[in-house]
Design a protein around this ligand. Sequence first.
Ligand SMILES: [Fe+2]
Length: 431
Amino acid sequence: MTTDLAGAMAASEPTAAGESPLVERLMRTRTLSEALVAPLSDADATGQSMADASPSKWHVAHVTWFLESFILRDHVPGYRLFDDAFPFLFNSYYEAEGPRHARPRRGLLTRPSLDHVLAWRRHVDEALVAALPRLPDAALALVELGIHHEQQHQELLLTDILHLFAQNPIAPAVWPSVRDTPSPLPDALHWIEGADGIVTIGHDGAGFGFDCEGPAHRVLLHPHALADRPVTNAEWAEFIADGGYARAEHWLSDGWAWVQAEGIEAPLHWRMGDDGHWRQFALDGLHPVRPAAPVAHVSYYEADAYARWAGARLPTEAEWESAARAIDPASGNQLDDAGPTRPRAGVGGRGLRQMFGDVWEWTGSAYLPYPGFRPAAGAVGEYNGKFMSGQFVLKGASCATPRGHSRASYRNFFYPHQRWQFCGLRLAKDI
Ligand SMILES: [Fe+2]
């Protein structure tokens, strides 16, 4: 770093919430992205396995485009873009930023090279650190948004590279495997009674939150209980063995059509071995399915079908969030640095466990605007609001979510057939 990092850090005070100074958090986030692509060749970082997934190189470039456009270009007089061609290549979906390269064709961008993108990142980092002490509050808020945006892409980078490597018959591992110590299966699940009556959910404005998390508002909860832990792989194997994927009565009509059309018979990345046992492809390679770990890579349709088979249902977003408010969102198995990451068996105990970490948990709630929702002003108003159609909310955090990124009010969202994220479930029931 050739710029005056110390000066910028002095100008960026710790927040009231006791967080590190902004510049420190920005650079920690930027460094983690580079560590995530460090094990990858240029070819690895360029491949794109499906339209929903993006190349690793595109992710680390796109987050840099976001910072360069919305902070350096818009708030630093005299700043010149690193390369005038990059906005077309690395704008994702911002109509206000003009035309862009088609998403399904991102894997064809063999140039710029990964090294060239990394050089662009260093250029932007140096300019940001130099500019931070003089940025107006509106731009500092965009730096904060840029950090959280890059953290979201770190998780996507991991799930996308997992999906890409899963297409390769030699089953390459992104990271070397760690020795497994077999975990005992968890006890039978216990039901934890939730709040009953009017509760407040949504982001209350204290600390960072995406625009879609607010405003805070009241909702009515009916008597219900949540399972104390997520559904495990062993339990999912029972669902399969009981013909779960073969019996229409468990499935929503759309879900049953999807199972039939796609030939779905197990979670994504599960493979039946010649010995009749399931294996799972993960970031640390191909392994026997770990029975005690939470099931991951299931769609909303699958989660809903499992819940019906189990005589339960998915929690609503409000039930989940109301229960999670007393739990530390930085707890659990989340991403701390670049290294093997996968859902892990929970440890025993009482009360709600693994609410944050391991797997995102599908809720039965549609991703819709809260009462009084207003998208943020400017191009970043396209960040969330325009996707509020046909998607379902997931809560918590996964093993690939950078620690510190999530909150009880956090609203992750995907279409009901999508399952390449670390998506699992926790059961709920009426009482
Ligand atoms: Fe993005």
